[in-house]
Design a protein around this ligand. Sequence first.
Ligand SMILES: *Cc1c(COP(=O)(O)O)cnc(C)c1O
Length: 479
Amino acid sequence: MDRKLLIERSAEGKQSVSLPACDVPEQALETLIPASRLRRQKGNLPEVSEPEVVRHYVNLSTLNHHVDKGFYPLGSCTMKYNPKINEAVAAHPDLSELHPLQREETLQAALRIYHDVETYLCAITGMAHFTLQPAAGSHGELTGVMIMRQYHRIKGNHKTTVLIPDSAHGTNPASVHLGGYRAVTVASTSEGLVDLEDLKSKLNDEVAGFMLTNPNTLGIFETNVRTISELVHGVDGLMYMDGANMNALLGIVKPADMGFDITHINLHKTFSTPHGGGGPGAGPIGVVKELSPYLPVPRVEKADGAYHITWDHPQSIGKVLGFWGNYGIIVRTWVYIRMLGAEGLKDVSKHAIINANYIRASLEDIYELPYTSPSMHECVFSGDRQKARGVKTLDIAKRLLDYGVHAPTIYFPLIVHEALMIEPTETENKETLDHFIGIMRRIDRETLEDPSLVTSAPSRTPVKRLDDVKASRELNIRW
Ligand SMILES: *Cc1c(COP(=O)(O)O)cnc(C)c1O
């Protein structure tokens, strides 16, 4: 592939547009546009033909791996296929050209979509109300912790800590800390579940709440969740569910029924909106009725057959984002939920669970499975056996790129050595799963027969092995 930049391809006179000749006399231009605003020289822009532009960008788009190009089993992050109809609706000018400061009478359709999504998320989670403002899962967590604080402040509770299992996503302790509480770690058992004895030893009147991911980051359902909720409620703590990834629960289990008081959902994971590369996303927060007054303002409410933007919520924690959130993401979610309907959503979760278990069952003879409790939407292997042969999980991840699939999440959760966290999602068929399983088995054979193939990978990608730390600290994006 020719890697020249457009500016390097530029040649005087080449062009990609055919504009009609200017029919405004030059003198008229001088009077219509102030002289200081008139460009006297050509802008320093590349002059290239249309096919050159198209090929340039199409080629660039294939340098990186992405979900439209191949399998992307990134655990916890749910890189499911994003239906293109979502994009078409979100880009419709009736929605994309709205201005957020328009009067509410002129925004009724847009507000209906917003209100519908809130209603659907309530039905899916069992929560009483949602705010769609937070721009990411971690932002949702912070908003949830602020709601937790508000609850305790208004009740006059003195609380200082939030409990978090040792399998938690890194954003959990960060959000708790930013929200002004101290994070206290609760241990996991050998089955990969919350250790109830350790939990009891850490429960006291200072505990503001428990932030739990269910299914947890090992892909295991916390079977004791009701008991955990009762214990935490016993000290007037709130149960917060990190529901970033709801792929195993849709239409099957509701967080409210498990005793959770607050949950966030990553629309950009479970509800098929494109993500990666830093956004945009949306991390709506749902709460039980008792906590509804604390939700951020403005809220979108329906009264007398019309939708209203309401600010009069005196106990609200305030605003957490400009306007109403990342609206385009909310529209995509609306389309996705309406296309699938209740039964379709339930199938999403059933297929996500079957797919993860199929991969698990097809690889557990070769890759070590440190926690053997049943898997939900993802399964976590350890690369310890391969490491004993001198091949690290990182090497396996790089080798996968040579075979044209994205690596799973690696080295997370932290409680698994050499972790390989695989989430196939429901959007992949059996052929794709078999293809991936074949590659994983082949890489394992390579670690026995010719480990250097794996330790020197990738060899077939546009760039070879990068220094990850240097690459992210010293981003080289200049020509
Ligand atoms: C992705 C994820 C988050 C954070 O979500 P962002 O949108 O990346 O901020 C939190 N918890 C879990 C379990 C996740 O998978």
